[in-house]
Each structure stands twice: as structure tokens, then as C-alpha cells.
Write a new protein. Sequence first.
Length: 103
Amino acid sequence: MATDFTRRALDVIRAVPRGRVATYGQIADLAGNPRAARQVVRLLHSSSQTEGLPWHRVVNGRGTVSLPRGRGYEEQRAMLAAEGVVFDERDRIDLKRFRWNPA
């Protein structure tokens, strides 16, 4: 059975719009537990496929893809780029420009 936090986190992840990103910590905060970024990571790892989550729109607080090269990094980066998210020369996303800010 999913906890209230899990249900809220899933709803927040689903709400991240195309062409925008959110951070693990931001998802945790919006779901009601700002100290649960690692729980968000685990939730994405275990539920992205079964829940049909836009997992690729969640990045770390530095604006980078956390997945290792050869283990999802390239796929996530390509999916974000296809949505118009721009990476700089250091492979970072400008969070001031692309971070989702819900109303």
C-alpha cells in the first residue's frame, strides 16, 4: 500500500510539464517532506515504468542527469533535449530557465 507521501510524490512527478525539469529535492518538498529526496530517487527507480512517470524530467539539484553513462544517462539527456531542454558545455541544465515552478 502506498503512503500518502508516495501518492503525493507520484502526482507531483506526473505534473512536471514537457520542456521543464524538477529536482529530486523539489519533488520531495512539493510532496510534503523536504528531507525525502532519496525516497524520490527510490520511487522513480521502482515505479517509473509501472506508473508511466515522466522520469526523465527529474534531475539532481546541480541541474545534471544523475544516471551513469551507459546506464540511462544518454537516454534521459536525449529525451530532455527532444523536449527543448538545453544543456550547457558542462552538461548542466540552467535551472533558473528550465526548472518547473508550479503556480
